[in-house]
Design a protein around this ligand. Sequence first.
Ligand code: TRP
Ligand code: SF4
Length: 404
Amino acid sequence: MSSNDSNQRVVSGMRPTGQLHLGHYHGALKNWIQLQHEYECFFFVADWHALTTHYDDAYDIEQYSFDTVVDWMAAGVNPNAATIFLQSRVPEHAELLLLLSMITPLSWLERVPTYKDQQQKLAEKDLATYGFLGYPLLQAADILAYRAGHVPVGADQVAHVELTREVARRFNHVYGREPGFEESAAAAVRKMGKKAARLYNQLRKQYTEQGDVAALEQARALVSEQQNLSIGDRERVYGFLEGSGRIILPEPDALLTKESKVPGLDGEKMSKSYGNAIALREAPESVTEKVRTMKTDPARVRLTDPGNPDNCPVFDLHKVYSEDDVCRWAAEGCRTAGIGCLECKGPLIDSINAELAPMRERGERLESDPDLVKSVIVEGSERARDVAKETLDDVRGAIGLALR
Ligand code: TRP
Ligand code: SF4
């Protein structure tokens, strides 16, 4: 158990890359839509992150950001349930990035796996920039500005959440020793009420004096049940328990999203830049055409040639979209050459179109009312900013920049 069990805040971002596709939906959005009812969610368009790789062709970012929000809402992200906003509208992210940069060793950034990978993959771009090196630290600032407990991400982003944890730990270590910490921690403990406070103190003693780990666990559980502690007091009480200072920036957990198994039309990972994607707001005829011409097992040259569904991206799509009986029908028909590929694709086309129909409709409505979308962004950004401001006040105070 960690202090995060009681932290119900979720932050996640997405770079604006233009129209979102099925990979985004099954890999991230579906999860967000679920989370928005269970947690206090902040979802933002990471437009500054887009600049780290597209600084010299930034003209699309604004339109892409708008389209991204339309796609989110069309897919079911609800601005009344989650806070939807634009990173560049919350300058506190940048301030926190600057402050975190002071304590972040260069080597931590250089060894993030995406750093060298992306430089190689995007070799045509000059990514030997300060901004690109700092990409994961900006992500850390995005997360820590909200003191989020959980960050839903795909496997490729886990290293960034790990860096976020390390930076938070270092920050707390360097700046968490506020003057009079022991007194303010003791005052926070008293706010838990007499009975809970007595139990807490007893458990803390068992842990700090006898190293009783079970007592530590029990004390953490006790703290996590407390309803009436502010975030600051809660972190003091946790910090006091473990003998560290105050935890100003809690360490977030990565909420690993199940790897999306949605293949692109060619069997590679679905991506707009590979030209193998089906967009969320793709027209039905176009979905039909794309799936009909999708690659299949090359062994099936003629209708009478049996195939192997395990070598076929169409079958991977069945696994995402079809019930067990349809999957069995497809696999058997494939192996025995009992069905043709077009026949096999039929139920898929229907399922994809059925899934996308309501999104297309909502998307069209939103497209025709851009002011509505813009007001969602403006209001969401204000809400986000209020929260980030609170964190930054605390951060400035801890560093010693509170003079006003
Ligand atoms: N780097 C993430 C990606 O490429 C996007 C991102 C930026 C993000 N800031 C974030 C994700 C903060 C989660 C939390 O997908
Ligand atoms: Fe793929 Fe279906 Fe054709 Fe088999 S029958 S190769 S699973 S499309």
